[in-house]
Ligand binder design. Structure first.
Ligand SMILES: [Zn+2]
Ligand SMILES: [Zn+2]
Length: 166
């Protein structure tokens, strides 16, 4: 079991979470969207976390091989919905971020709403870290718009994992 902490103030950000062997294959095209919010199911279920081995989130850069789909995930992809002007760019953010259920990090708060990195009802996750610890440090990125994936990435530099005994 693992608890994630803010690297700046050391406060615990999550309850004890269980590691998943891989990032679950949740598609943004999943039909099991929430009836009220239209959000896709959270990529990671409550009480769990998964380490994303791929670069994720901001900054974004032009795809090296725009024509092909080399190295891309399969049909159940979780690609972020890109705001106008950023279509076709690929994530070059940090690899190794921990994905958790947004409801498992209740002390974090979203810092900026609106703007180009905001979809019709929630953050796209394309504008860099958008969730702050109670100490003010931006430690995570939330993607939670009805058109894209629903997941929260803890920044691998600004958050550390503490493995509890037993
Ligand atoms: Zn903190
Ligand atoms: Zn929306």
């Amino acid at each position: 079991m693992t608890v994630f902490h803010c690297a700046k103030c050391a406060v615990g950000l999550t309850p004890d979470l269980q590691a998943l062997p891989a990032v679950p294959d949740v598609s943004v095209h999943d039909r099991a969207r929430d009836r009220k919010t239209a959000l896709a199911p959270s990529t990671v279920p409550r009480g769990h976390y998964a380490i994303d081995p791929e670069p994720w989130g901001a900054p974004f850069e032009p795809a090296r091989n725009p024509a092909g789909n080399e190295g891309k995930r399969g049909a159940g992809d979780r690609d972020l919905l890109m705001p106008p002007g950023m279509e076709g760019l690929v994530a070059a953010g940090p690899a190794g971020s921990a994905i958790v259920h947004p409801d498992d990090v209740r002390t974090l708060h979203v810092t900026a709403a609106g703007g180009s990195h905001w979809g019709c009802c929630g953050p796209l996750g394309t504008g860099g870290r958008n969730m702050a610890c109670t100490c003010g440090t931006l430690v995570a990125t939330l993607a939670a718009d009805c058109m894209g994936p629903h997941e929260l990435h803890l920044d691998p530099v600004r958050v550390y994992a503490f493995d509890a005994e037993g």
